[in-house]
Design a binder for this molecule. Structure first.
Ligand code: HEC
Ligand SMILES: [Cu+2]
Length: 310
């Protein structure tokens, strides 16, 4: 049922790929079935009452009206409480990932207590290992929501909300900001990417390095355009321009599956379109449209960014 790595992932609470989501799905199915059985039973009871002469009334009132609801609700309450504890309980060997919501993108830092490896717009998770997501916001309230992995958690300015998740199936799962945060709130998606632990370790290893050097002449030209056009005022490309954090880290931007926070396929055409006309693609984004760049410069900088895949 889960989509393969490489495709755009599902955004559905019915495709469970994390422990929290599995509990929630299991409870939903159980309660739906139990509710359905009780509904049919009530229909049957009404039909029988129609034909009955009124005998055995006390038994029905005490049994069906008092004992049955108490027992059923107590069982469902116990199961929900158990599920809630399983979801919220402390876990061992946690990895910390800090995700900060911005209008309209996600800053992602792996292990902020230690080495602080920065990336954006994709959240990688190792399968089978608990991860504590430290959720923050830099401007307004956002909400972090990947239905296949876990329930929503708000990101509130000045606060850190923690959500512990464990991915259970390799795959890509779509997430979406679930709290209205401005004009382009609907264009603020992302992907959670669950990898086998070895692949996750490789990913973290790659994040430590500098960006790939430009190889083709056009890519070299693109790197110059990137610096001369002033992009480093907001964007970091490790080894080329460091320090700025107003926009997403672009060190491995070409390696993302999507552009613009989970919105468009990452390819040369979309990159060039984005740079020249971001205000049309994502109104209100904190990046100006570079519609004054010449055609060759625009192609070069797009080609350079596309080559930055790790
Ligand atoms: C004033 C700050 C600012 C400047 C200058 C700027 N950007 Fe951006 N850029 C942003 C912000 C903010 C975003 C995130 C927009 C969003 O998705 O809401 C962004 C997003 C991007 C993305 C998409 C990243 C992703 O992960 O999908 C690319 C590519 C990009 N910028 C390239 C450039 C290039 C090339 C230049 C220079 C020609 C540039 N930017 C100049 C702020 C800036
Ligand atoms: Cu939002």
């Amino acid at each position: 049922m889960n989509s393969e790595l490489g495709e755009f992932g599902a955004q559905s609470a019915l495709v469970a790929a994390g422990q929290n989501a599995e509990w929630a799905l299991w409870l939903t199915v159980l309660m739906t079935i139990a509710g359905g059985v009780i509904f049919l039973f009530v229909l049957w009871a009404i039909a029988s009452a129609w034909r009955s002469d009124g005998g055995g009334r006390t038994w029905w009132i005490v049994g069906g009206g008092v004992i049955f609801p108490i027992v059923t609700l107590a069982v469902l309450f116990a199961l929900s409480t158990f599920a809630l504890r399983a979801i919220a309980g402390p876990q061992d060997e946690e990895l910390v990932i800090e995700v900060t919501g911005h209008q309209y993108w996600w800053d992602v830092v792996y292990d902020p207590e230690g080495v602080a490896l920065r990336d954006a717009n994709e959240v990688f998770l190792p399968v089978g290992r608990p991860v504590t997501l430290r959720l923050k916001s830099d401007d307004v309230i956002h909400s972090f929501w990947v239905p296949s992995i876990a329930g929503k958690m708000d990101m509130i300015p000045g606060r850190v909300n923690e959500l512990t998740v464990t991915a259970t199936e390799v795959g890509r799962y779509r997430g979406q900001c679930a709290e209205f945060c401005g004009l382009s709130h609907p264009l603020m998606s992302f992907e959670a990417v669950a990898l086998e632990p070895e692949a996750f370790a490789t990913f973290l290893g790659n994040l430590q390095g500098e960006a790939r050097d430009p190889v083709r002449p056009q890519e070299r030209q693109g790197q110059e355009v990137f610096v001369e056009a002033g992009c480093p005022a907001c964007h970091t490309i490790r080894g080329v321009a460091e320090g700025a954090q107003i926009g997403p880290d672009l060190t491995r931007v070409g390696g993302r599956a999507s552009l613009g926070a989970g919105m468009w396929e990452m390819n040369l055409g979309n990159l060039a379109g984005w740079i020249s006309d971001v205000q049309d693609m994502k109104p209100g984004a904190e990046m100006p449209s570079y519609n004054h760049l010449s055609g060759p410069d625009l192609r070069a900088v797009a080609a350079y960014l596309e080559s930055l895949s790790q």
